[in-house]
Ligand binder design. Sequence first.
Ligand SMILES: [Zn+2]
Length: 180
Amino acid sequence: MEQVFAPWRMQWVERPDKNPEVEECVFCELPAKDEDRAHNVVARGEHSFVLLNNYPYNPGHVMIIPYEHTGDYRDLDDEVLLDHSRLKQRTFDALDEAMGPDGYNAGLNLGGSAAGGSIDDHLHTHVVPRWSGDTNFMPVVSDTKVIVEAVEDTYERLHDAFASQAGTTVVGDDDAVRID
Ligand SMILES: [Zn+2]
């Protein structure tokens, strides 16, 4: 039987050291913290940023997120839309170089819980690399420490790949690569 692939069912889960009582929007909070590596922010454009998923569906599972806090795609103006799309293009390039997948699933969850997303008021595009014959990474690697190490390794690879692209600035090893 074919396995149903449903990355939109993935919940975005905070690292366990974070306070679960805090009800703020993580997609507003994380890029504002200025601790990019610690929070998996790997690249920053002018209007959007790239965040590694802490509980990846597959290695290299990232989200491309506008800084603007909105859950409605139609709220984004031309400048933000273009920036978001360009950052998606760069992300495919970086993932090609860093991980060499055979393909991708990419998409938005709109409509919150009805669409299966966990964060419905701040839109984000999931990009999930796929390999021929891959299965869900999570059942294979269910040990939290292993997953954290895998995400750290992916951060390193993706950071290098973004840094090697034209039109980027590397601020420091612990900072997201800046898209000029
Ligand atoms: Zn937000």
